[in-house]
Design a protein around this ligand. Structure first.
Ligand code: SAH
Length: 299
């Protein structure tokens, strides 16, 4: 059976237990982007490390891409499933930004630091009970190997017990140097590594996932789209839901009439003050209806 190149490389990599580096496109002297198809890979300077580049789907917009002059916003992910990355982050806005070097991603396999012949990473819970717990010594070794001492990036542990992620926090994180994201599995991680490695628990919502990887991808997606140069227009992130503490107003586009439903007249009149007032009123109406908790003054 034949696998696509990216698949073979990530499979190969996952058995090596070595970090998977996913980063920027290298500039070509002729200015032509050399990414194409489903991605490409090459040996990195470090022994045994593979560099995987984001697949370039929007080749038109990539042709004139130059490497970023500033160091990229860097995400380091600790996971038992590094082959899940970059996943959807390798496509669309975040994928283009990855290929353009606005941000960089390295995913590290916690199992590379597992114990014994079977590289065990988990054990039964002290005190009894169902499930398994990720060992503190194994996770700490993985963090220490992936994150240099003194690295200023916040270290987040994906956890349903954590403080819920907000747009305000996302914005603050996107303005920093990057993130270290630890993905839990099983029943969670041994409590001692949380304090021992200065991890901050962050939740993406009041529900339980089977692993922290989708949560980490959501955190990264939300942060990366706010990095300078990722979204087309600087203001496109400013008017959105939560940025003003309210939900966003409804959107419409052509056709003007559709199945008996017309675009609200005010949006078609060209009176910008009236449009602004309508949008503010709609934004308030939707927030009151759906998320009154966002309007504490009215509680
Ligand atoms: N026993 C735990 C749930 C473990 S779920 C509890 O009841 O709190 C396994 C892993 O999935 C967690 O360690 C965490 O990394 C991730 N996870 C699950 N739900 C999440 C959420 N809402 N937000 C962030 N991470 C989550």
């Amino acid at each position: 059976m034949k696998f696509p190149l990216t698949c073979r490389l990530t499979d190969l990599w996952s058995y090596t237990g070595l970090p998977l580096r996913i980063g920027a496109a290298e500039p070509r002297s002729d200015g032509v982007d050399r990414l194409g198809g489903t991605g490409s890979a090459q040996a990195a300077p470090g022994p045994g490390t593979l560099t995987l580049k984001a697949p370039a789907r929007h080749t038109g917009s990539m042709d004139c891409a130059l490497p970023s002059p500033v160091p990229p916003w860097r995400a380091t992910v600790l996971t038992l499933y590094p082959e899940m990355f970059p996943g959807h982050l390798g496509l669309s806005l975040s994928g283009d930004a990855l290929a353009r070097g606005i941000w960089a991603l390295d995913a590290h396999d916690i199992r590379a630091h597992g114990l014994g012949r079977h590289r065990a990473v988990d054990d039964t819970p002290a005190g009894g009970g169902a499930g398994m717990v990720l060992r503190c010594d194994v996770l700490a070794a993985a963090i220490d190997a992936a994150v240099p001492a003194g690295d200023p990036r916040p270290r987040l542990l994906m956890s349903p017990r954590g403080r819920p992620l907000t747009q305000g926090r996302v914005r603050a994180l996107s303005e920093g140097p990057g993130l270290v994201l630890v993905c839990g599995r099983f029943e969670g991680v041994d409590e001692r590594v949380i304090a021992g490695r200065g991890l901050e628990e962050v939740s993406i919502g009041d529900y339980v996932l089977s692993g922290g990887e989708p949560a980490a991808m959501i955190v990264l997606d939300a942060c990366v789209r706010l990095l300078p140069g990722v979204m087309g227009r600087a203001e496109s992130g400013v008017e959105e839901s939560f940025e003003s503490g309210r939900l966003e107003y409804p959107h419409y586009t052509r056709p003007r009439d559709w199945e008996g439903r017309a675009i609200p007249e005010v949006l078609m009149g060209g009176n910008h003050a009236a449009i602004r007032r309508w949008r503010e009123a709609e934004s308030l109406r939707l927030t009151r209806e759906r998320r009154p908790d966002l309007l504490p003054d009215e509680a």
